[in-house]
Every structure is written in structure tokens, then in C-alpha cells.
Design a protein around this ligand. Structure first.
Ligand SMILES: NC(=O)c1ccc[n+]([C@@H]2O[C@H](COP(=O)([O-])OP(=O)(O)OC[C@H]3O[C@@H](n4cnc5c(N)ncnc54)[C@H](OP(=O)(O)O)[C@@H]3O)[C@@H](O)[C@H]2O)c1
Length: 281
């Protein structure tokens, strides 16, 4: 099996490069090797059975002032990727986000819930989802949330760095979600792709996030506790911590569809955090 992977320098991409290795030949690209804004004939030449797209425009706040860039990468480039997958009869594996929802639902979101993004990034990811779904290619779209991991810029590293340099930390306590490690996502995707029936599957849209629920403040508190950092932590409301992009109050995803289809659910977010901290210390 030939698996083409984009975004190998990213959080999920770097974890996938390892987790997919046992399944076949992984042809992994960074941005220089395969710029999604100018695909050319790189993908066709690689003759992939599966295209795993871990590349994306992920700067949520910057997207508010760079909507064209966000849309170019998260929607139009994804549309081209889907066309490429269709013409090569390759399975496309893609990632999307809880930010396609407005967060007003009181319970975790299921795949069929109405979408209504609050920010440019969420809108651009939604347009990417729609482009794939209408392309006629075989695909999996995994919507996930609050990704962190040993590599890359993320909340975990930001909290550890801030706790070492600042007298106290202010972290929002009114957005709920499930911090999900890049390793857990990559392991689950490898599990899906390892099933003999998957390569020819029709696939579909699945929610895939860690178990349990917390807030950014709860996540920060667990990080400080696990690392022994004693910096005082202050809970604030979102409106006391202004950022460019509005975030949903409820980011929780219901993962039952994935669990039923693949007999697997990601562990509780606290277990994921312990595993990532063990890997980096
Ligand atoms: N991060 C989250 O909390 C979160 C939550 C929900 C869903 N998601 C989705 O999950 C997926 C993986 O996210 P992540 O956190 O692993 O992303 P990430 O760490 O920000 O990595 C993004 C990757 O995309 C690459 N890239 C950017 N522009 C590119 C271009 N023009 N051509 C080719 N590659 C390009 C980056 O390369 P460089 O290293 O060169 O910049 C990097 O390898 C994305 O689809 C994202 O939307 C993320």
C-alpha cells in the first residue's frame, strides 16, 4: 500500500508519519516537497493508494485578517486534492474541526448536527469538508478538537513556557472541550487504515476526539499539576481574554459513530496528557 502524507512537520502529520509506517510505503511531504497551493504533478507521480492530508492553515486568530490564505489552503487546495484523489482512485483522509459548530448546543455534537462556524478558520475548514463530500472521491474526514502533542506549537507548550516566566496565568474557563493528543489521533487513523476492508471503503465523516471533558482552565490546571509547576492560575471568562477569532463555548464532539464503526475510542484526555508528558520529559 502506498500512502502519501502531507504536512509531515505538523503535530498530526509528524505523529502519522510514525503510526502509518507499518502499513506500507509512506511518502511523506513537508511544505517544500509538496506545497498544497501548487500541487502540480507531485501526487500523480507518487501513485498513492491513500492520500492523508495533515496539512492545513491552522492559525485561528490570524485567519481573521488573512481569510484569503485560510480559504486558499483549507478549501480550494483541499478541493484540488479531492479531485486528484478521485482521478487516481485513491482514498483521501482529511481532518476537520469542532470549530465548524457555533457551540450553542448543550451536549456533545454528532456528525449530523447543523454547522455554523463562528470564525474564518471554521468557515474555511467547513468549505474544505464540503468540497471533499461533493467531489465524488472516497474519503474519511475526521473532525477533531484541541490538538496538542510533543511536537509543534500548542497549548501544552505555551502553558509550560508561560508558567516558567510569568507570575500568574489567566486562562479561560467557559469553553468546554476535549484536549486530544496528536499521537492518539494518529494511532486511531492507522487502526482504521489497517483494516483490510478500509482501502476500498466509502468512508465518511467521523468525530474523533479524546474522552472526557474539561475547559482550557481545567487543561492548564492539569498541566501545571502534572509538571509540578506552582504558578498561580486564574480562571477568566472569554470576554475578559480578547482574541481575534470567536470560539465556540461547547467544542465537545460525540465519538459514538467512530466507536461503533471501528470498535475503538480514544482514552480520556487526562490519559492522553500523561502519555504526552511522559514522552517529552
Ligand atoms: N490544532 C488544533 O487544535 C486542531 C483542532 C481541530 C482540527 N485540526 C485540524 O487537524 C489537522 C492537523 O492539524 P495540526 O494541529 O497537526 O496542524 P499544524 O501542526 O499547524 O501543522 C500544519 C501543517 O501544514 C503544513 N502546511 C501549511 N501550509 C502548507 C502548504 N501551503 N502546503 C503544504 N503544507 C502546508 C505545515 O507546514 P509548515 O511546518 O511548513 O508550516 C504543517 O506541516 C488540520 O487539518 C487542522 O485543521 C487542528
Amino acid at each position: 500500500m502506498r500512502i502519501l502524507l502531507t504536512g509531515r512537520t505538523g503535530q498530526v502529520g509528524s505523529a502519522l508519519e510514525l503510526s502509518l509506517a507499518p502499513l506500507g510505503k509512506v511518502i511523506a511531504f513537508d511544505r517544500q516537497g509538496l506545497d498544497l497551493l501548487s500541487i502540480g504533478d507531485t501526487i500523480a507521480k507518487a501513485r498513492p493508494d491513500i492520500i492523508v492530508n495533515a496539512a492545513a492553515y491552522t492559525a485561528v486568530d490570524r485567519a481573521e485578517r488573512e481569510p484569503d490564505m485560510a480559504l486558499a489552503l483549507n478549501a480550494r487546495a483541499v478541493e484540488k486534492l479531492a479531485r486528484e484523489a478521485k482521478s487516481l482512485d485513491a482514498l483521501l483522509v482529511h481532518f476537520s474541526t469542532d470549530y465548524v459548530f457555533d457551540g450553542e448546543k448543550p451536549t456533545p455534537y454528532v456528525e449530523t448536527d447543523a454547522v455554523s462556524p463562528l470564525n474564518v478558520y471554521g468557515q474555511s475548514k467547513l468549505e474544505g469538508e464540503r468540497a471533499i463530500a461533493s467531489s465524488g472521491c472516497r474519503y474519511f474526514i475526521f473532525r477533531t478538537s484541541w490538538i496538542y502533542g510533543p511536537a509543534g506549537r500548542n497549548f501544552l507548550h505555551a502553558i509550560i513556557a508561560a508558567a516558567k516566566t510569568q507570575p500568574r496565568l489567566r486562562v479561560v474557563d467557559d469553553q468546554r472541550g476535549a484536549p486530544t493528543s496528536s499521537e492518539a489521533i494518529a494511532g486511531a487513523v492507522a487502526h482504521v487504515l489497517s483494516r483490510a476492508d478500509t482501502a476500498k471503503t466509502a468512508g465518511g465523516l467521523y468525530h474523533l476526539s479524546a474522552g472526557g471533558a474539561t475547559t482550557w482552565h481545567g487543561f492548564a490546571s492539569a498541566i501545571l499539576q502534572s509538571t509540578g509547576l506552582k504558578t498561580p492560575l486564574v480562571a477568566v471568562r472569554s470576554d475578559e481574554y480578547p482574541v481575534a477569532a470567536k470560539r465556540p463555548k461547547n467544542s465537545l464532539l460525540d465519538n459514538s459513530k467512530f466507536g461503533t464503526a471501528f470498535g475503538l475510542s480514544l482514552p480520556d484526555w487526562r490519559q492522553g496528557l500523561a502519555a504526552v508528558l511522559a514522552a517529552i520529559h
